[in-house]
Ligand binder design. Structure first.
Ligand code: ADP
Ligand code: MG
Length: 724
């Protein structure tokens, strides 16, 4: 990292104003000049700009437009198409108020090639009066289809005097990402000033990607220089197509995309290097516990499970902290893999923590692991919110004294007042929403005597390989790409809500044959309260409709003791039909359950549907999943449900999901920071990823001093390495 923080830059610049001066001999680098040197940027504006990550003049240039408007030419009304945004100029034919369902001011404009109607829902008397017949106006807005002519709703407009020709804009109008209190005009103004500095040639940007690196870019077309690309993207010339820019493949965009992706890759790789350079306890173990464990296991490991366990054992033995992500589809058997890894550490006398996202899951892990590890003489503990007073104090004591070998819990494992004796390995289950920062923070927990803890992250969210290698470049990735044998794919049907009776009948039949079923309620409303209410109502209705069955209910607002009691009864087979909100989404394991009903399936994402469906198909019975929906379905919803019907393969589903929703949604990336990119789009620019990695290799190896400035330029202080 640079030694002067960015905030200090702002302050330094205050004490020592560095007004740009043409007297300078050589070009000054724009990353060395504070924004406060710009006209109109005082302390207040500068403060606001920091929210956009803008501290220096270089930052101004790398704050790129989100989209553009074409106000460079006046478009004949007759050639407008719905959906276009355009500037038009014409004369008012007629302005009148229509008293339909909603009082509306309508104003018809013609330019000799055609007519268009403006529609204002909010308007004043003065506005109506100013739009008198024969008045000439210029306006900008989005064209929509209308009843008689095409329409614009609330366009921007201004009056044009007869003898005056209003100048058109001389470039596409950039629309910048902004924040409260910073107007588009301010951003246009400051970018304009910096672009002028660039033009003088006295100020420059350092080109950190030299020709050798740029030649890795896979294109026959030469990429523009960094400066040209930036000038172009801030002020695209009038003949540039807005649509083309929206697609993101313009060479100027690709030049920056490439640099941005490389910078992200470098930042994660640096992080990884730093982590690897730390030392950690070496656990080679003698494998005795693992052998005993495998002997008592009622099944054989799959090939994929064995391979992943080997990969983990190698990491544990190498003396550097493991940072490994294990991806495995729902039901692929990640828990066994976690148990085997944990045993290796426990065998050497160190403690292991397993963190689950919910209390329910942590309890389930606790029971499974206890059942497996008790016979080996290992002490498994569960630290739960429900442990209070003396019981809690005792568990904490066993953790602190080291009697507890493996402790299972939620993130509460890492709160104040919880101490381990010698924690050396942290396993995080189902936490794909974990970002770089959380991974690091957690790692600090187990560090002592200059040794860092090992970390294993397990996720059921299958992420396409190229994406995983980019999003998780700070992690090693293992994939359990094989399900235990004998699993039968779940048969999925899609049924409208109007055929609910049939679905109820299906539940009756299945349960009377000794099977068990889930009925998952999801609601249109976001509110958890309403969701829980809906589930409760559904339970009552279903119990009425199915008097011979035992129907149970779990939802997120129940006390955890209640939830656990119900889950236990379901597991024991005392409950036939379990009505639930999406709380059962992750990890619940009841092999006898073979029927899954999901209401309002069209409201859920593919990943979530896949997770839910993964609750069945775990036992020997043929399993079924019914996706119920409310008609009509949108095209997208139809597409999604069709995918669920066609495949059970989590990777295939993830790939489609990413196509439909984009990778940001899928990785839950607001936290990772990684996908908050300025110009790059991991989905669109996927093809570049292998070249990005090659370029990053090249830079790290041959041009290591270019690495930090690139990271600083694109990511800035968003990446904190912590004290690593
Ligand atoms: P997930 O990867 O979704 O966390 P689990 O670890 O919960 O999967 O395993 C799902 C079920 O499969 C559990 O009942 C587990 O005991 C069982 N299982 C795991 N590995 C195997 C295997 N190799 N053969 C048969 N069953 C297995
Ligand atoms: Mg699991």
């Amino acid at each position: 990292m640079m030694c002067v923080s960015r905030l200090q830059w702002v302050q330094l610049a205050y004490m020592n104003p560095t007004a740009p001066s043409k007297r300078l001999q050589s070009a000054r680098s724009l990353d060395q000049i504070s924004v406060t040197s710009l006209k109109g940027v005082g302390p207040r504006v500068a403060e606001k700009l920091t929210k956009l990550g803008i501290y220096t003049l270089q930052d101004v240039l790398f704050h790129l437009p989100l989209r553009y408007q074409d106000r460079t030419r006046i478009v004949p009304i007759g050639s407008l198409r719905p959906g276009a945004q355009a500037v038009i100029e014409g004369e008012v034919d007629l302005t009148e108020i229509s008293f339909g369902r909603r009082r509306t001011l309508l104003c018809r404009i013609s330019d000799g090639t055609g007519s268009i109607t403006f529609r204002f829902f909010h308007f004043s008397k003065a506005q109506q009066a100013a739009l008198g017949r024969g008045i000439k106006i210029r306006c900008y807005g989005e064209v929509r289809p209308g009843k008689v002519t095409m329409e614009m709703i609330h366009p921007e407009y201004q009056r044009v005097e007869d003898d005056e020709a209003l100048p058109a804009e001389d470039s596409l109008t950039p629309i910048y990402p902004t924040t409260e209190g910073v107007h588009q005009l301010t951003l246009r103004n400051i970018t304009g000033q910096v672009l002028e500095y660039l033009e003088t040639g006295n100020y420059g940007l350092t080109e950190w990607l030299n020709n050798e690196v740029l030649s890795v870019f896979p294109s026959s077309q030469a990429l523009p220089s960094l400066t040209d690309a930036l000038v172009f993207l801030h002020r695209p010339p009038p003949d540039t197509s807005v649509e083309r820019l929206e697609q993101g493949f313009h060479p100027a965009q690709q030049r920056l995309v490439f640099e941005e992706l490389i910078s992200h890759q470098l930042s994660l790789r640096k992080l990884r290097q730093r982590v690897r350079s730390n030392s950690a306890y070496k656990f080679s173990g003698h494998g005795k516990l693992n052998r005993l464990f495998l002997e008592q296991l009622p099944f054989e490991l799959t090939g994929a499970q064995s391979r992943v366990v080997d990969e983990i054992l190698q990491d544990l033995a190498c003396g550097h902290p493991m940072m490994r992500l294990v991806q495995g589809d729902v039901g692929s058997g990640k828990t066994v893999v976690a148990a085997l890894s944990a045993l290796t550490v426990i065998e050497s006398g160190y403690q292991v923590a397993l963190m689950a996202p919910t209390e329910l899951l942590s309890e389930q892990h606790f029971h499974n692991l206890k059942q497996w590890l008790d016979p080996l003489g290992m002490k498994v503990e569960w630290l739960s919110g429900k442990h209070k007073g003396k019981a809690r104090a005792e568990i904490l004591e066993r953790m602190k004294s080291g009697t507890a070998n493996l402790v299972v819990g939620t993130h509460a494992l890492f709160q104040e007042g919880v101490e381990f004796n010698n924690l050396a390995f942290i396993i995080v289950d189902e936490q794909h929403r974990f970002g770089v920062h959380q991974r690091l923070a957690l790692r600090e927990k187990g560090s002592r005597d200059g040794k860092h803890s090992h970390q294993l992250i397990m996720t059921a969210t299958p992420i396409p390989r190229t994406l995983a290698m980019t999003a998780y470049a700070d992690l090693d990735v293992s994939v359990i790409d094989e399900l235990p044998s004998g699993r039968k794919p779940v048969k999925t049907v899609v049924i409208p809500n109007t055929r609910r009776e049939e679905v109820v009948q299906r539940v009756r039949t299945a349960c009377s044959e000794g099977q068990q079923a889930y009925w998952v309620c999801t609601l249109i409303e976001e509110s958890e309260v309403l969701q829980c209410q809906a589930a409760a109502d559904t339970e009552v209705l279903l119990q009425e409709a199915l008097p011979d069955l035992s129907v149970g209910l779990v939802h997120g607002r129940m006390k955890s003791a209640e939830k656990e009691a119900i889950m236990k009864r379901f597991k024991l087979g005392e409950i036939d039909l379990l009505v639930a909100t999406t709380v059962i989404e992750v990890g619940v394991d009841v092999p006898n359950a073979s029927l899954m009903i999901i209401e309002n399936a069209e409201r859920l994402g593919l990943a979530q549907l896949h997770q839910l469906r993964g609750r069945v198909g775990r036992g020997c019975a043929e399993s079924n999943c019914v996706l119920m929906y409310h008609a009509p379905l949108s095209r997208l919803a139809k597409e999604r449900l069709a995918i669920m019907r066609k495949t059970n393969d989590g990777f295939e589903i993830a790939r489609k999901d990413m196509e439909i929703r984009g990778p940001g949604e899928m990785l839950g990336t607001r936290q990772t920071g990684l996908l908050q990119m300025r110009v790059a789009d991991l989905m669109r620019d996927q093809k570049l990823l292998p070249f990005v990695r090659d370029s990053a290799d090249l830079l790290l190896e041959k041009y290591p001093d270019h690495v930090d400035p690139l990271i600083q330029r694109w990511i800035g202080d968003n990446v904190q390495y912590g004290d690593v």
